[in-house]
Design a protein around this ligand. Sequence first.
Ligand SMILES: *Cc1c(COP(=O)(O)O)cnc(C)c1O
Ligand SMILES: [Zn+2]
Length: 449
Amino acid sequence: MAYSAWFQCFRGCSGRWSVYDVIYRCPTCGGLLEVAHDVEALKDRSPAAWMRLMDQRVGTTQWPYGSGVWGKKEWVIPDIHDDHIVSMFEGNSNLFWAHRLGREIGLEDLWVKMCGISHTGSFKDLGMTVLVSVVNQMIRSGRSPVRAVACASTGDTSAALAAYGAAAGIPTIVFLPRGKVSAAQLIQPIANGALVLALDTDFDGCMRVVQEVTADNSIYLANSMNSLRIEGQKTVGIEIVQQFDWAVPDWIIIPVGNLGNISALGKGLMLLKELGIINRLPRLVAAQAEKANPLYRSYLTGFREKVTVQAERTLASAIQIGNPVSYEKAVRTLQEFDGLVEQATEHELANAAARADLTGMYTCPHTGVALAVLFKLVERGVIKGKDRVVVISTAHGLKFTQFKTGYHEDTLPEVEALRANPPVYLPADARVVQEVISRRLEAMQAHGT
Ligand SMILES: *Cc1c(COP(=O)(O)O)cnc(C)c1O
Ligand SMILES: [Zn+2]
């Protein structure tokens, strides 16, 4: 049986386009496209047969199935040639049982999906492998006008694009808001040979410029308004269910900015339901930084209208977005998944991240937003003690060293660092050292830690 996928209008206008066409929006209504699959064809395999096939591929070295994304190739881009796929074996990230943190807040069944343990240190790799693979096939076919791939980014998309582009030998151009990404995020695309353009604006300003620059089709647009990225990013939800032996958790919490990823999360889970692999859905929670909270504000009005804001500077810089491109998709997802939106202040996100770190994690500020939202929902009794909860950790803490040092030096704006742990500077004198050690151990015992 031949499986197939194509672009169509997300809002339901008629028309189908090849995923190898350079097209980002519906020509009729201007709305976003989505990749649709021939689900009837996919039903030629039983749910049990699909689960067996996907389970067999985990950890294999057989190209390209060892990738968490391409291990689900039939559900992603079924007809792409295997030798055109550009993959770093992304996905298959650790689903960490956050036992100690869970117990502290009264949850037995808390899990953190460690998506930052990936090639470029964030979950953006999941979508970028798909987009760059499709572009690679377009270029190799010899009929494509595409000369380079470009994106606007808050830091992680550009790192992923530059790495996958370099792996394929495809030129990349990244537009970054000057001074608004971490040092690690800036140096990643530089090291991978991208043309790095740091513009005097914010992410939303970069987004406007990149759309103009890519209008003539010779430079391909890699932002998540390009629904190819969503197809890869959607595997995160599928992978979580698979890691629970195909059982569905009660809640999944994800930090959101441009809203592509929450839409993708829902899309993957919905496919599992359509294929009969799962028969219920988790509730989804979109976690926003209070400094950049347009979705939260729309949520408060019952999504009567799209709110846009001027995003303010937040420690959670990858979600500092005021005009989210995938707003409509995210609203539909939240409605289908009985979803919630909650926000976190700078103080809350930084202390939540530090609290998780004290149980062995090393969380990025966006994961801090999701954890702070988790703590609120547990406190409010919305999330119950017996619920199985997954928090998606979207990037690696090692990308955000300034955030970590700022916290432990207690110099972050609007944050009182309740768990700061600065180093102790001492003379090289064993007696002084012993005294400091015993004072610290006594204090820890007094706190029961
Ligand atoms: C991109 C990103 C997000 C949010 O994803 P959106 O699709 O923009 O909503 C969250 N955390 C990190 C670290 C990211 O890079
Ligand atoms: Zn349309």
